[in-house]
Design a protein around this ligand. Sequence first.
Ligand code: MG
Length: 164
Amino acid sequence: MEISKELTDAINEQINFEMYSGYVYLSMATWFEEQNLDGMAHWMKIQAKEEYEHAMRFWKHITDRGGKVTLKAIKAPKTEWESAYEAWDDAYNHELTVSKLIFDIGEIADKEGDRAAGSMLQWFYDEQIEEEEQTMKVRDLLKIIGDSTNALFMLDGRLRRRGT
Ligand code: MG
C-alpha cells in the first residue's frame, strides 16, 4: 500500500520536529558545558544523536513506501536556562509534545487503515515512554536535590555514564 499524501506530510513534519529535538538537546548540552555540568552535557549530546536516528527512521518509512522526504528549515532552539532543573523540566515537556505529535500521526494512520504505518509508529509509542520516563526522573531528582551542590555533582557524574 502506497503511503498517502496526508500521512507523508505529517511524517515529514515529524522528521523536522525530530531534527529540532536534536537541536534543543544540543543547545542544552552547550548550556550545561557552560555550567561545568559535563555529565548532563554528555547525556544531551547522546540524546541529540538519538533524535537524528528517530528522524531517519521516519525518513526510511516514507522512502520505503514510495513517498518523498521534504526537509524544511529547523527552528532555532532556546539557548538559556535559569537552572538545571528548568532545563530538564523543558526536556520532559518537550518529550510530552513529541508523544502528542506522534499520537496525532497515529490518528491519521488509523483513519486510513494504514497498518504498515501503525506498526512503524508502535516502536515510537514505546520509545516515547522511555523518553518521558528518563527526563522526568532527572527533573524530579533535581527537585529533591534543590540547592545541594554535592548531590548535583553526584547526579551529573551518573549521567556521564550514559553509553547510548
Ligand atoms: Mg525523538
